[in-house]
Design a protein around this ligand. Structure first.
Ligand SMILES: *[C@@H]1O[C@H](CO)[C@@H](O)[C@H](O)[C@H]1NC(C)=O
Ligand SMILES: *[C@@H]1O[C@H](CO)[C@@H](O)[C@H](O)[C@H]1NC(C)=O
Ligand SMILES: *[C@@H]1O[C@H](CO)[C@@H](O)[C@H](O)[C@H]1NC(C)=O
Ligand SMILES: *[C@@H]1O[C@H](CO)[C@@H](O)[C@H](O)[C@H]1NC(C)=O
Ligand SMILES: *[C@@H]1O[C@H](CO)[C@@H](O)[C@H](O)[C@H]1NC(C)=O
Ligand SMILES: *[C@@H]1O[C@H](CO)[C@@H](O)[C@H](O)[C@H]1NC(C)=O
Ligand SMILES: *[C@@H]1O[C@H](CO)[C@@H](O)[C@H](O)[C@H]1NC(C)=O
Length: 400
């Protein structure tokens, strides 16, 4: 048994790298499974906006409906304990606690140790509460992380068919998640791999690919650096923004334009593998909607356009550190093979740019979510407090 606890999960400061390394070895590569759930139609923009509200501390409602796992999820298999149990965890750069036990129960072994803390994280569209343990966590055979702090869920909402979350956000996001140690941080797996000297940098990189395959292991996480086989050209780095609240996350500054029309100038927001769409502030979204001619579809919550409007669709340009990242018209289209998975009709055209649900100028003007990350490689560097982007062989893909 444990007492009920309400903690504030999302009040934190990002911090840089800690311990000085002893030995530096190689990168660790973790394959991701992309799962497509065609079972139940889900309203993706509403779920994404619930997450935004929670991130901004504006929502007190927990677990209202849809969880983090939506039509498409990227998950990794992670071994915990000795002998190990394998858990299937959602990869989330927007939170930093790693936890198990949502679906498959935690199996304690002789490496399991309760820290004496409770843990709670609220995701907006889901949450979990449980006990904080230390245990051996193994991402790749032979490279175990002993005494990794992990949450073990006693109760969770909004998580179906997954066992928990692999949190790879800035470690400051864990501040306030424990009880009674409310101001202690919970080092992420990236932090610990770096401190142990297993990986050469306190860095994790994400490779996602456009979503219309089912269950194939196409995504990849690289701990310690970047995997040059997954991107083209150079990685362009930008410092984590100083603008709050975006600076608590993997926050960046960027300009966004649609064709030659400016949507956001000098704006701050963040990059998030746990958000499905690419979200922009309501005023920018109104301009985008008008310019594309899109109509809000009630069933999916997404903008829908006609074939003619698709022909005239312009690119979206993300100006990051004076480098233009071009999201092509095809990249702005929801994969048509997945239309029915989100409650749409098979022959409609839906757009993956959504309304953030608040106007610009409040320190959070956009979220570059999964649909952006399926076109650009991304690098999360705690050592230098910066985020990097690069084009990929899929940047100009016409798969949607
Ligand atoms: C933990 O259990 C495993 C297998 O059950 C065993 O091989 C290992 O030696 C044990 N470790 C300790 C510290 O007891
Ligand atoms: C698909 O979503 C439904 C509703 O959220 C859930 O009950 C089901 O377990 C999910 N299936 C998979 C494979 O994720
Ligand atoms: C909690 O705080 C106590 C006292 O400062 C410390 O000894 C302990 O290691 C902390 N535990 C965790 C899990 O942070
Ligand atoms: C956690 O947050 C509190 C309140 O903002 C702050 O005082 C404390 O220094 C933070 N702890 C760490 C380890 O950053
Ligand atoms: C994806 O795979 C699951 C399980 O194999 C299956 O139930 C589902 O229909 C597949 N979805 C698509 C879009 O093929
Ligand atoms: C919508 O587009 C029309 C013509 O392209 C323009 O005249 C009008 O000002 C636009 N409205 C908004 C809100 O951007
Ligand atoms: C994508 O296409 C545009 C326009 O044709 C081109 O300028 C750009 O170099 C291409 N990008 C990549 C990564 O192939």
């Amino acid at each position: 048994m444990f007492p009920a606890a309400t903690l504030t999960a999302f009040v934190a400061l990002a911090i840089g790298a800690s311990a000085s390394p002893v030995k530096r070895d190689s990168l660790i590569t973790l394959q991701l499974a992309k799962t497509v759930n065609t079972t139940v139609p889900q309203h993706i923009p509403a779920a994404d906006r619930a997450r935004v509200k929670r991130l901004l501390g504006k929502s007190t409602s927990v677990g209202v409906g849809v969880g983090l796992n939506q039509a498409v999820t990227y998950t990794a298999n992670v071994d915990v304990g000795s002998p190990p149990t394998t858990y299937n965890l959602i990869v989330d750069t927007g939170s930093a606690n790693t936890w198990v036990g949502a679906d498959k129960s935690y199996t304690p072994t002789n490496t399991s140790k309760w820290t004496g803390n409770l843990v709670e994280v609220i995701y907006g569209s889901g949450s979990f509460i449980g006990n904080e343990y230390t245990d051996t966590v193994t991402l790749v055979e032979g490279l175990a992380i002993p005494n990794q702090m992990i949450g073990v869920a006693v109760d969770s909402t909004g998580f179906t068919a997954v066992d928990g979350v692999l949190g790879i956000g800035p470690v400051g996001l864990t501040n306030g998640t424990l009880l009674p140690n409310t101001t202690s941080l919970v080092p992420t797996v990236t932090n610990n791999l770096f401190t142990l000297g297993t990986i050469p940098g306190n860095i994790v990189s994400v490779s996602f690919v456009p979503a219309n395959e089912n269950g194939t292991a196409t995504g990849e996480l690289t701990f310690g650096g970047t995997d040059s086989t997954k991107f083209t050209g150079d990685v362009v780095y930008t410092p984590v923004t100083t603008v709050s609240p975006a600076n608590h996350y993997w926050g960046i500054n960027q300009d966004v334009s649609y064709g030659s029309q400016s949507l956001l100038l000098g704006s701050s927001g963040f990059v998030d593998t746990g958000t499905t769409l690419t979200l922009i502030a309501s005023d920018a979204f109104a301009v985008y909607q008008n310019a594309t001619g899109g109509i809000l579809d009630i069933m999916t919550g997404l903008l829908t356009i006609t074939e003619d409007q698709l022909t005239n669709l312009q690119s979206l340009y993300f100006n990051i550190e004076n480098t233009m990242f071009e999201m092509t018209p095809n990249a702005q289209v929801w994969p048509r093979s997945l239309n029915t998975a989100i409650g749409g009709s098979a022959d409609s055209i839906y757009l993956v740019v959504g309304d953030l649900g608040q106007s610009s100028g409040q320190g959070l003007d956009f979220i570059n979510g999964m649909t952006f990350l399926e076109r650009f490689y991304s690098v999360y560097d705690s050592e230098n407090t910066r985020v990097g982007f690069a084009t990929t062989p899929f940047t100009n893909a016409t798969t949607n």
